[in-house]
Design a protein around this ligand. Structure first.
Ligand SMILES: [Zn+2]
Length: 192
């Protein structure tokens, strides 16, 4: 892991980045206006991700660049995550870094009829299944959607590529078939 001293200069360059992430976006305000957002967000800001993290490691903040826009009548939440989280290796029980770096693209449909407007392999959610009503505003749970996508990217049983030797003497820990705890998140989506 990089020492914080070594990252001081790059942190300085990123001074303009936000360090907190908005919980939600007001749909009426942003649905027809491009919304761009960039932030360097500590893993601890994401509760579910934090709970799974190995407490002995202090991860670098996650760099997140998000773009919310309408294209061909359909809303899209597109974002790039750069960074990693530390989970616990299921073989040797030491911390293992899991890379979350990826481009994520979610279509947010007004209704099921809009399915015909998107590509066959496009991930999508139906807005009224995710939008929260607050007073007279419809709020898109921006932070939750981003965290959901990162959780779905995590391996079910994180392991080092190369820690087999260390545990050979005591034998492998038997693997238990288990259901992905985030299967319900994936089921919400049209595509896996
Ligand atoms: Zn390991």
């Amino acid at each position: 892991m990089k020492q914080s001293d070594a990252t001081l200069s790059s942190d300085h360059l990123n001074d303009q980045l936000k360090t907190t992430i908005p919980d939600s976006l007001a749909l009426e305000k942003w649905a027809d206006t491009d919304f761009n957002w960039s932030g360097k967000i500590p893993v601890t800001a994401f509760e579910r991700l934090s709970v799974l993290s190995d407490a002995s490691q202090l991860p670098e903040p996650l760099l997140i660049n998000a773009h919310f826009y309408r294209q061909n009548h359909v809303l899209h939440l597109v974002f790039k995550v750069t960074g990693e989280v530390w989970l616990t290796c299921q073989r040797c029980l030491n911390p293992v870094a899991v890379d979350l770096t990826d481009d994520y693209d979610l279509a947010l449909l007004d209704d099921e009829a809009q399915i015909q407007l998107i590509d066959e392999d496009q991930d999508y959610l139906v807005l009224n299944e995710v939008v929260e009503q607050s007073h007279h505003e419809q709020l898109l749970p921006f932070k939750t959607l981003i965290e959901d996508e990162m959780l779905l990217k995590l391996p079910l049983a994180p392991k080092h590529d190369d820690c087999e030797m260390a545990v050979e003497q005591v034998g492998d820990i038997p693997e238990i078939e288990q259901e992905n705890p985030f299967a319900a998140l994936a089921a919400l989506k049209g595509k896996l």
